[in-house]
Design a protein around this ligand. Structure first.
Ligand SMILES: Nc1ncnc2c1ncn2[C@@H]1O[C@H](COP(=O)(O)OP(=O)(O)OP(=O)(O)O)[C@@H](O)[C@H]1O
Length: 573
């Protein structure tokens, strides 16, 4: 966790201010009981009213100064802590942005959300406690010194109480720390269930699984609650226990102090001051307990945040990132890839070439590795063996951003973002002019339904396109790829939600548009890819054949079976 505090550098001036003001406040607090004892011993005992008034006013001034100090320190600290959390959130977010899909798989999306929100919150709360962190030890040490100065023998009582309290705190913390760690993991679990529920609400309703989902949430929620209760039981036993030890201590002080006053060894004002110092010591022990509660919990969070920050994306720009060649020919050579932790490779021994100006199609059953091939081309993952080249250069040697900027990618599941229709199309090319956006929408067969929307291109998409149909979303994500005018198009099963007529119209419009680009299209429907210049047939991650429709009809059994299952005899002919 302390590693994260390096981010406090910009706030060092404000934090120095916090230290100074908190020290001043603690010193003022330590001075007050001595003033009180003076007033009692010299003013009250002698009936000296002017003395009482003078020192009373003085005491008021000291108390007011202490309050002003604490207000200023709190203000400075609140500013630094909120700034620190903002900077840390920014750092974690931009770091996560650089992750490849492998890191997302490893750390899980739900956990990344908890780490960016709740965990950072825990760490910044420790910062807010820094006020106590400075005040408590000062008051503890100062209190012991002042109490000893008042009466060294009486102070022995305090010296006995403090270690007992310290042992109790350590024992309780040893039980508490594993629970704090578990608490954060259990919040992850709640987030995971919640996220699945909110994103899958339609399926849950359609299959009447609300009760099942509620049970799942209940389980995660109860699990979290039970751990939280255990933590609170520990914390709540600690406070009365400390109070008990302390109050017993006060009884001993009063008893022994009374004896010493009786023998004229101690003045009454000094005993009053002594009890106040004892109170201050007790308060500082309380504060330190709070700190000890917060630190293990926050350090559990700190470890989780550092885990994110220390995770380096497996996919990075190579030291000598080369610019992409003009030639956008894509070549896969004997490519094999296994997902992290998977026993079997998802694709193996894949070789094919996608030429500019040609359509290269990939077809195969579900789970045959089509999407995986596209993921590899975009470098969402790196190949386990073999090579992928663009324009004769291996993609690992190319600048990552440059590589992706040359690809117009349409994912299998259309993803849209909050904003207007135009914003979503411009996501592909920020500088695109209005007419370019409209042209892309026209080719993607989206212009018609956009025109029917209330505000046309300025219509706002509710929650990333919830108010659009599946096919409409797909067409907008195609327009987004088109507006980019890339050298390589990657369409991952992007026509699946389109009716046959729209599918045919879209393909015809695309043909005219993407003349010079390498066009790689993954499809389930044979009719979508029959006219492709080259069709790659996949089965269980391996190549079952490659060629044109006519060639494959002659030579590839897997292709023949796919075709037979989809097309009528007339269409096949
Ligand atoms: N993130 C992942 N982690 C581990 N295994 C994965 C991951 N994604 C896919 N797989 C596995 O890799 C194999 C190929 O999956 P892929 O998504 O490439 O198939 P596909 O041909 O695109 O299927 P579909 O047509 O159903 O989309 C499958 O066996 C799948 O279980």
């Amino acid at each position: 966790m302390f590693k994260l505090f390096r981010l406090l550098k910009p706030y060092r001036l404000q934090l120095t201010g916090v230290v100074v003001f908190m020290l001043m406040q603690s010193l003022a607090q330590l001075y007050l009981p001595t003033l009180l004892s003076d007033i009692v011993d010299n003013g009250v005992v002698n009936g000296d009213i002017p003395y009482i008034l003078k020192f009373g006013a003085y005491m008021l001034g000291v108390a007011l100064s202490a309050t002003v100090c604490v207000v200023i320190a709190s203000y400075l600290l609140a500013r630094s802590a909120t700034g620190f959390s903002r900077d840390l959130r920014r750092k974690v977010f931009s770091h996560v942005e650089s992750f490849s899909l492998g890191e997302f798989d490893k750390l899980s999306t739900a956990s990344l959300i908890t780490r960016t929100t709740n965990d950072i919150q825990q760490v910044s709360q420790v910062l807010v406690m820094m006020r106590m962190f400075i005040g408590a030890p000062t008051m503890l040490v100062g209190g012991v010194i002042m109490a000893t100065l008042k009466d060294a023998k009486l102070a022995l009582v305090l010296i006995c109480i403090i270690p007992i309290l310290a042992i109790a705190i350590v024992a309780i913390m040893r039980k508490g720390i594993p629970l704090f760690k578990a608490l954060q993991v259990k919040i992850d679990q709640i987030n995971l269930v919640l996220r699945e529920n909110l994103t899958g609400i339609r399926v849950i309703r359609a299959f009447n699984r609300s009760a099942h989902e509620q049970r799942k949430f209940e389980k995660a929620n109860t699990d979290y609650t039970q751990t939280a209760i255990k933590v609170n039981i520990i914390m709540s036993t600690m406070m009365p226990l400390m109070m008990l030890v302390f109050n017993l201590g006060v009884v001993v002080i009063l008893w022994y102090g009374g004896i010493r006053i009786d023998h004229n060894d101690l003045q009454i004002g000094d005993l009053m001051a002594f009890i106040q110092y004892a109170m201050q010591i007790m308060m500082s022990m309380f504060m330190m307990t709070m700190i000890f509660v917060m630190i293990p919990r926050a350090s559990a969070s700190g470890v989780r945040i550092n885990e994110v920050l220390d995770t380096q994306s497996a996919i990075r720009n190579s030291a000598s990132s080369e610019a992409l060649a003009d030639d956008g020919a894509v070549e896969f050579s004997d490519v094999t890839f296994s997902y992290p932790g998977a026993e079997q490779p998802a694709v193996r021994g894949i070789s094919f070439r996608a030429e500019p100006g040609q359509v290269t199609a990939v077809i195969g059953g579900t789970g045959s590795g089509k999407t995986t091939l596209m993921n590899l081309l975009l470098r969402f993952y790196d190949v386990s063996s073999g090579r992928i080249e663009i324009g004769g250069k291996p993609i690992q040697a190319l600048d990552l951003e440059g590589l992706r900027s040359r690809i117009g990618y349409v994912p299998q599941k259309a993803v849209l973002f909050s904003g207007t229709v135009a914003d979503n199309i411009r996501y592909g090319q920020e500088e695109a002019a209005d007419d370019e956006v409209q042209r892309a929408a026209n080719i993607a067969q989206a212009a018609e339904f956009i025109a029917e929307m209330k505000d046309g291109y300025d219509s706002v998409l509710a929650q990333g396109g919830k108010n659009l149909s599946g096919g409409q979303k797909q067409r907008l994500s195609i327009a987004r790829a088109l507006v980019r005018k890339p050298d390589i198009y990657v369409f991952d099963d992007s026509f699946s939600a389109l009716d046959f007529k729209t599918d045919a119209k879209l393909r015809a419009a695309l043909k005219a548009e993407v003349q010079d680009a390498a066009f790689i299209i993954v499809a389930q429907r044979v009719s979508t890819i029959m006219d492709a210049d080259r069709i790659l047939v996949l089965e269980d991650g391996a190549m079952a054949g490659i060629g044109t429709h006519a060639e494959l009809m002659q030579s590839c059994k897997v292709y023949q079976e796919i075709v037979a299952s989809q097309l009528s005899e007339e269409e096949i002919a």
